[in-house]
Write a protein that binds this ligand. Sequence first.
Ligand SMILES: [Zn+2]
Length: 173
Amino acid sequence: MIATKKTIRIKTALSPRVFGDELLPEVFPGGLITCRVCDRTELVPIGHPALLCSACMTDLSATAAHVAAVYGAALAFFIEAGVALTEAVDSSPESAWWARVEAVRGADTFDAHLFSLAWERAKATGGERARLCALWEKLDQEAGKLEPLNAWYTNAGRELRAARAAFGEPIEA
Ligand SMILES: [Zn+2]
């Protein structure tokens, strides 16, 4: 039996024509998305299953691994900084002073200006108090880096699940 050669006709979407910054969206049946993993803006056809660019869609497992690695690293630095501060405070001769600092920071009467003056004084004095301040600042810095990644991680995970569901791939927890 001779296999008949089938002609597969693929209907391709017209590529967008770019004139300077101007796009002509009417020639492209789709829309602009911002990739929830790499932030790239891309034109995708209607029915594109997730807010992920074509590069991030190419290998979903690799993209998921990248997201997990970036978030995991930031989380690890944050936890490490938290442990370093806690351990330093627990064994510090200035632990009573630090407890007062934390109490003032959490008080209803907290005065940011006065607090920052006292904070800078403690840092300028050097020694153990300055060391605790530096460890707290490190923790604060790591928290600042982690904070925006929380939303990024959630959004990227949602889009990865949507893409995998569309391709019939198993969805990891
Ligand atoms: Zn992307």
